[in-house]
Design a binder for this molecule. Structure first.
Ligand code: CA
Ligand code: CA
Length: 432
């Protein structure tokens, strides 16, 4: 016997208003006559083949009606509610009207399919924001910051035995400790990936619900960068090896940093490509920002977006007018797609939000999209992401690039010739 109250309202994001004494019951072994004898009026046989009726008794309160139906042997009884659909297309976040970016990538329609959260197996989905740190106490981010369940804060021990002391929320590659600085840049990037959506505050991330793992390691210093990426790599390996009991299910890194004009093939930078490949092998895509310069990076080089790894998705900055921003790079061979990056409103430290411009802002739309797509993907895709994580990552990238919205200004200047389209990609991966 179960009493379900407003279960639908929770699951489908509906707001409910109680309706006078109407009760829905499922009682396949009883008929309308027995209900009448018990004092109920049968208002409608909702699903007759399953024995689901809408009934009411004007002399009873809703609670008394539920109890009476239960006594009659109903399998499931629930208070009927007048459901009012609240469109996901317009979240109630205070600054939603300023968020032109999500609107350009079809996020409103994509949010009718899902709003982030877990995959079909119920696993957390994690984005590693490799940047200068994230304000983990920001009121619009706090709920979506990854927490290492096996670690105890501030005891100076490596409680979960993963080789990192006090890594409660991520890692600081500058100081090799678990203290995450509240960087302005990384906080803004984090909000684009996954500021809590529909909470009335600030902005809605591409994911309303996601786990953000802040890794403070944006740098041109290869040692710092490798420290950061290695943390991400080891967490994902542990997650796969333990069947989800340890580590973290990182599906994307966001790398909104780089070295202008650097060639990935140069001796000192080759290891960057090696680490993107290694992360790809465990199912991690790396969304990477190309140069904030009006350059063809196929010719000038750029780190990391000129690296050859197929697990990098390199991103340029598009405007409200559907153009490449005047100071953003392109490259027919090495820049995969565009995403909104001009005047992007997102979170900054101290419970604030503001506009920033750059490929740095475009890229987290893509990293966020990778996580979002895992959350709406079919069970078959979720299974593939565990049995063959590298293949799943490559498939997901292929879907993202094949579903872009073609833009004239990106044609011949990017691999895909278009801008990220979250809705179309979501539709494809949900049927994978
Ligand atoms: Ca640890
Ligand atoms: Ca919000």
């Amino acid at each position: 016997m179960s009493i379900i109250r407003n279960a639908l309202a929770t699951g489908l994001l509906l707001s409910s208003v109680a309706h006078a004494a109407d009760v829905i019951v499922k009682m396949p072994n009883l008929n309308q006559k027995s209900l009448s004898l018990a004092g109920f009026t049968v208002k409608e046989a909702l699903v007759p083949s399953l024995g689901i009726y809408l009934i009411s008794d004007s002399n009873k309160s809703v609670t008394a009606s539920l109890a009476a139906a239960e006594k009659l042997g109903a399998e499931g009884v629930m208070e009927n509610s007048k459901m009012q659909l609240r469109s996901r297309a317009t979240p109630n976040d205070a600054s939603w009207s300023q968020q032109w970016g999500p609107q350009k990538i079809g996020a409103a329609a994509a949010w009718d399919i899902g709003t982030g959260g877990n995959n079909t197996d119920g696993d957390d989905i994690v984005v590693a924001v490799v940047d200068n740190g994230t304000d983990i106490n920001h009121e619009d981010l706090k709920a979506n910051i990854w927490v290492n369940a096996g670690e105890i804060a501030g005891d100076g021990k490596d409680n979960d035995g993963n080789g990192y002391i006090d890594d409660v929320n991520g890692w600081n590659g500058y100081n090799s400790n678990g203290t995450i600085p509240a960087g302005m840049h990384g906080t803004h990037v984090s909000g684009i990936v996954g500021a809590e959506g529909n909470n009335g505050k600030h902005v809605a991330g591409v994911n309303w619900d996601v786990k953000i793992m802040p890794v403070a390691a944006s740098s041109g210093d290869t040692a710092v960068v490798l420290r950061g990426y290695n943390y991400v790599l080891e967490q994902k390996k542990a997650w796969l090896a333990s069947g989800g009991k340890k580590g973290a299910n990182v599906v994307s890194t966001n790398s909104s940093f780089g070295v202008d004009g650097a060639k990935c093939s140069e001796a000192q930078y080759k290891v960057w490509n090696d680490v993107y490949e290694a992360m790809g092998q465990v199912g991690i895509l790396s969304a990477a920002a190309t140069a904030n310069q009006a350059w063809d990076i196929d010719a000038t080089g750029d780190l990391p977006t000129s690296c050859e790894s197929n697990y990098i998705i390199s991103v340029t900055n598009t405007t409200k007018e559907d153009k490449i921003y005047r100071q953003a790079g392109w490259g027919k061979t090495h820049v995969d797609l565009g995403a909104p990056g001009t005047d992007v409103f997102s979170t900054v430290p101290g419970n604030q939000a503001r506009n920033l411009t750059g490929t740095s802002m475009a890229t987290p739309h893509v990293a966020g999209a990778v996580a979002f797509l895992h959350s709406v993907a079919s069970p078959a895709f979720t299974a593939l992401s565990k049995s063959q994580p590298a293949k799943a990552a490559a498939e997901l990238k292929k879907i993202m690039l094949s579903t872009v919205e073609p833009l004239a200004d990106l044609k011949g200047k990017t691999v895909s010739g278009g801008r990220l389209n979250l809705q179309k990609a979501a539709e494809q991966i949900s049927r994978y």
